[in-house]
Design a protein around this ligand. Sequence first.
Ligand SMILES: [Zn+2]
Length: 194
Amino acid sequence: MKYTVAKVAFRDGAIEGRGVFALRRFEPGDVIVPYAPKQRRVDVWSFESRLAAQTKVTLLSDDGTVIVPDTSVPGGWLCNHSCRPNATVYSRGDGRIECLRTIVPQQEITTFYGWVTRNQPERDPCRCGATNCRGFINFDVSDEEARHAEADTLEGERFRKKLADYFEFLRQIGQEQAKGNVLHTLAKMRARLL
Ligand SMILES: [Zn+2]
């Protein structure tokens, strides 16, 4: 696969700080830009990975490693989040951003971060401006919810509804790959709590 960074421009965006903008037209399935042209890999369980996660630009790969962008080199990691993104982040290989809906020149390229937090429901307010904006970038799971997730209780029922609603939302915006983050976090929380 070959990338030309000149297909996009990295500059100030409407949503927040820097953003990634199209310099040409992209059709669904087109590879727009690599996630991080310069990067290193750390083990998902390492302390280094936890530290890097605080920068909020790491990407969990499917081979058990975490991609940590060298932030001195612009890449797809600079895409702003949107609740109605026009592109998708794929973690396979070196990580890349693919067009989801037709993107025209000068349009901002947005992705769905799919962050999952624990006991911090209001950590990441969203200012994407989409009509279907969730209000927050993150999806939160509390210890209480994790504990009751499979229980025949009111709390369990409420959580399963919340999860089903979120998954339906992901389906509607074409981001079903983000389900994995939620299930991974939930399983880890339950292993610790039960
Ligand atoms: Zn939003």
